[in-house]
Design a protein around this ligand. Structure first.
Ligand code: SF4
Ligand code: MSK
Length: 626
């Protein structure tokens, strides 16, 4: 079917084209419609020069020196306001990731105490390795006892006042020395986030450089702290991912089954929903209602968590959440935290879909709240699934429209799985990098954003990298975009340059490796640390680059900050709200090199963005004599 330009310009994904046409027919509003109504977006906001930090304002600085105020009522300049706003975004993102990590630590604690309703310790090897890292005595102790000690240690990372966050010691010594010299080696996770809120209060820190250093410090506490804790403890509880096959895109929704979509971020909920959906009584209840079964699929990072560990299909990435509801075939959209659009409430009311919120931290208009708690996890999950099953008979077949689009993919490349694929040692990868067969590694991550044609930024950039023999590791909504584009099957090696193609074919892996959800960018950090240690260099010396082609969330700002702080040059595909301050822009794009050995670039054209990354990788290869 031919679609109008307006639809074709919104996404590269045929499933999205079909659903946008469907939304138009039904007169339903989506995120793209609201974005268009918002245009032109606020110019002061885009430049980062508006401040609401006290009630003498709100203030905004004119971008033109001779037209309008150059200082806020308190005297804050554009440089101060932009720096404060930027690091408040980092605080928001670091808080979100780290609170996710805290919830996992809480679940481990309850599980160790025998108080959690259905969770088990799945990966004892990882439990023991983490216990060793924390200096916990494991001799003669039960795994529950060890898990309890680990949970208490990990929990303490959040409220720690002095010292350091344990996992930061996974960074190469050279990197640690950089952080210590700059005064950005984080103390406790919460402490650094709180300190941002303090420093950005009116009349506290008014030095843009000092402010940004604190932003970097909190971001390191996220990447090498909260996010890494989330990843590692999820592996202990739910298993460390290994390569698994699955499918992705809206076509994974099944017309003849009860469809449940789990959307959000924390695997604590989705693992139990998946377990409950296999309950024989609930399956019989579904068949008695006329369904062929219960089909659980994922959305956004919860989808990535389930796919990585169980091969559960993913219905789509961030911009597809509304479209999933518009299929008219979803009995329940079950959400926990982060990246869930509040528009879902109104939209679900146009269909029979039950919008079910589960976290006391995240309630939504139009949602039924079925509060989840870890102590009665399976019991609550069963009642949520039951409510979805009972909703099947309310489905109106005349409203069902599921696009026939789904793509095969391979996911589950944890750091451990990558090592296993390499035969237990990094040597084959290092040899490939040294020989030039693999020019370097790119971490490509992040969201969707209606400012950019959906998935185009992700897929065009990744294809260009792969074509130029750069191995891509990915997480989050980029991973879902790449999977939909067919880049995550071993056969996709055919799209790679000759060197990368040969390496992928000999290992039987795709040229784009799915490493998990947003918090799993911590896995990319550990891979980089291992390679740097093997070559006896710092991470900033490696032929490695990062990109977030379609980023939108505060979490992405924190991610960008910790990736650059870790020494990795990073290209942003949407413009961050900092251009109102030439000083802050210069710090982020140039001066950061002198402090952390890496900086940002902003490039909205994905092919040019890939070009910047390839040029950076070539420069680092030359410096290493490769
Ligand atoms: Fe205005 Fe200063 Fe108050 Fe911000 S902190 S709103 S710039 S007076
Ligand atoms: S879900 S943070 S839109 S990647 Fe992690 Fe996707 Fe970005 Fe959310």
């Amino acid at each position: 079917m031919a679609y109008n330009e307006n639809i074709l310009n919104k996404s590269i994904d045929p499933a999205v084209h079909q659903m946008l046409a469907r939304a138009e027919t039904l007169g339903l509003e989506t995120v793209w419609d609201r974005y268009e109504k918002m245009l032109p977006e606020c110019g002061f906001g885009e430049l980062g020069v508006c401040c609401r930090n006290c009630n003498m304002g709100p203030c905004r600085i004119s971008p033109f020196e001779d037209q309008g105020p150059q200082k806020g009522v308190c005297g804050a300049t554009a440089d101060i306001i932009v720096a404060r706003n930027l690091i408040r975004m980092i605080a928001g993102g670091a808080a979100a990731h780290s609170d996710h990590g805290r919830d996992l630590a809480h679940t481990l604690l309850l599980t160790a105490q025998g108080k959690s309703g259905g969770y088990k310790i799945k990966d004892e090897t990882k439990l023991m390795a983490l216990a060793k890292e924390y200096g916990i005595d494991v001799n003669g102790r039960s795994k529950e006892d060890i898990a309890l000690a680990l949970a208490k240690n990990v929990y303490a990372e959040f409220g720690k006042q002095e010292g350091y966050v344990q996992f930061t010691r996974r960074a190469p010594d050279k990197r640690l020395a950089v952080w210590q010299k700059a005064g950005i080696d984080p103390r406790g996770i919460d402490r650094e986030i709180v300190e941002i809120m303090h420093r950005t209060h009116i009349g506290v820190d008014n030095d843009p450089v000092n402010l940004i250093l604190q932003g970097l410090k909190a971001s390191i506490a996220d990447g090498w702290g909260g996010s890494m804790i989330a990843t590692e403890i999820s592996d202990v509880l739910f298993g460390t991912p290994t390569p698994t096959r699955s499918t992705v895109n809206l076509g994974v929704i099944k017309a003849d089954q009860v469809n449940i979509i789990v959307h959000g971020h924390e695997p604590v909920l989705s693992e139990m929903i998946m377990a409950a959906s296999n309950d024989p009584d609930l399956v019989s209840r579904a068949t008695a209602a006329g369904a062929a079964g219960i089909n659980v699929t994922g959305m956004c990072c919860t989808g990535n968590e389930l796919m990585m560990r169980h091969g559960i299909p993913i219905a789509g990435n961030f911009l597809q959440q509304e479209l999933a509801v518009i299929t008219g075939a979803v009995e329940a959209m079950i959400v926990d935290v982060q990246c869930i659009m509040p528009s879902l409430g109104d939209l679900c009311e146009c269909f029979h879909t039950r919008f079910i919120s589960t976290s006391p931290k995240a309630k939504f208009p139009g949602a039924v709240h079925m509060q989840f708690n870890e102590e009665k996890a399976l019991e609550i999950a069963k009642s949520i699934v039951e409510s979805a099953v009972d909703n099947f008979t309310n489905r109106n077949p005349a409203k069902v429209f599921i696009p026939d689009e789904k793509t095969d993919c391979m996911a589950g490349f944890s750091t451990e799985a990558i090592l296993a694929a390499l035969g237990g040692t990094l040597d084959p990868l290092l040899d490939a990098i040294k020989s030039g067969a693999v020019k370097g590694i790119a971490g490509v991550v992040g969201c969707n954003n209606p400012k950019i044609k959906h998935d185009h930024g992700h897929v065009a950039l990744v294809r260009e990298l792969v074509k130029n023999n750069v191995l891509v590791v990915t997480t989050g909504c980029n991973a879902i975009a790449c999977a939909k584009a067919g880049l995550m099957v071993p056969e996709a090696a055919n799209t790679a340059g000759d060197g990368l193609k040969g390496v992928c074919q000999s290992l039987g892996v795709p040229p784009v490796l799915h490493m998990g959800s947003c918090v799993d960018i911590s896995r990319i950090l550990t891979v980089c640390a291992a390679i740097a240690n093997a070559l006896d260099v710092d991470i900033c010396d490696l032929p490695v680059a990062g990109a977030a082609p379609e980023w939108m969330s505060e979490k992405a700002v924190s991610i960008g900050a910790y990736v650059v702080s870790s020494g990795i040059f990073t290209v942003l595909g949407t413009v961050p709200p900092v251009l109102g301050s030439p000083l802050v822009t210069n710090i982020l794009t140039h001066a950061a090199n002198d402090v952390v050995g890496a900086a940002f670039a902003v490039e909205t054209d994905p092919i040019k963005g890939a070009g910047l990354m390839i040029a950076h990788i070539e420069k680092k290869r030359q410096a290493l004599g490769l």
